[in-house]
Design a protein around this ligand. Structure first.
Ligand code: V07
Length: 258
């Protein structure tokens, strides 16, 4: 497994990526990490490339991140791939982004299957192009018996809409007598959200220097550790992920005991 991950020496030659991974694995790692993959457009602009070049580079980082998350023993990662707001972008950009799941899975699905990764998706499926949805559904189907890392894509996802839909369902179930008002608590309410099968993220990472949640998992992130980095998503590498997980572990050690 290790040989599949790039191994670098530091400038001082002291600590390789492998050493760092081993060190981190000795302590509890977050079960569920959520990531806002921001900065793809800016990465492209800096290079005088079209925005879509940044999205394509970002897709490759999804692959690297999945591999390391699996290696570290995380149970799930949820990646914000497309928000309900992103439809406002130029049509050619949206069309291109909607081809990325097809390309990603066309290239990497065999490896994901081999690595025991389970592909999942949360978001509003009905507005997605047929080719996008069918590629994702095929991947979900072909990985459904895997029991390793869950690779969960938030695609056409928005948190306020998710919460409102949950409220409507709750009202429905109350009106039909399936649910009594007194039974409704945080745990029951959570079961109406798109993340029913997941624990809440222990750690949220947002790249590209923006310090906001942008309508991402508002309910689920209530108690999560938040990690913001200026690194643009296409530049986010193994070292950066390890740095975030290490910071999480430090905070746990400091505050976990109380
Ligand atoms: C997308 C690349 C990553 C940076 C953020 C925006 C662009 C991988 C997927 C994907 C989705 C579902 C799936 C397999 C792969 C993806 C979108 C955008 C919409 F089953 N990257 N990526 N989907 N970007």
């Amino acid at each position: 497994m290790f040989n599949k991950i790039r191994l670098w020496k530091n400038k001082n030659n002291s600590s390789t990526l492998r050493d760092k991974i081993e060190k981190i694995k000795k302590l509890p790692v977050p079960e569920h990490v959520a990531i806002i993959m921001d900065g793809n457009g800016r990465w492209a602009k800096k290079r005088a490339l079209p925005r879509i070049a940044g999205h394509h580079e970002g897709m490759k980082v999804v692959r690297k991140t999945t591999k390391l998350a699996n290696e570290l023993g995380l149970k799930a990662i949820t990646l914000y791939a497309f928000s309900t707001e992103n439809w406002k972008r130029p049509k050619n950009e949206v069309d291109y982004i909607m081809k990325l799941p097809d390309e990603f899975l066309g290239t990497f699905l065999p490896e994901l299957i081999e690595e025991n990764v389970q592909v999942k998706m949360m978001g509003y499926k009905s507005q997605l192009p047929v080719h996008t949805l069918s590629a994702i559904e095929k991947a979900i189907e072909e990985t459904k018996n895997n029991d390793g890392l869950v690779l969960n894509f938030a695609l056409n996802y928005g948190s306020r809409a998710e919460i409102l839909d949950a409220v409507k369902q709750v009202v429905n179930d109350c009106n039909s007598g399936k649910l009594l008002e007194d039974q409704l608590d945080e745990k029951v309410f959570s079961s109406y959200l798109m993340t029913t099968e997941f624990t809440d993220p222990d750690l949220l990472i947002r790249t590209s220097g923006e310090i906001r949640l942008s309508n991402f998992m508002l309910w689920q992130l209530a108690y999560s550790e938040l990690w913001f980095t200026d690194v643009l998503w296409p530049d986010f590498n193994e070292e950066h992920l390890l740095e975030a997980v290490e910071a999480f572990q430090k905070r746990q050690r400091r505050f976990g005991g109380v």
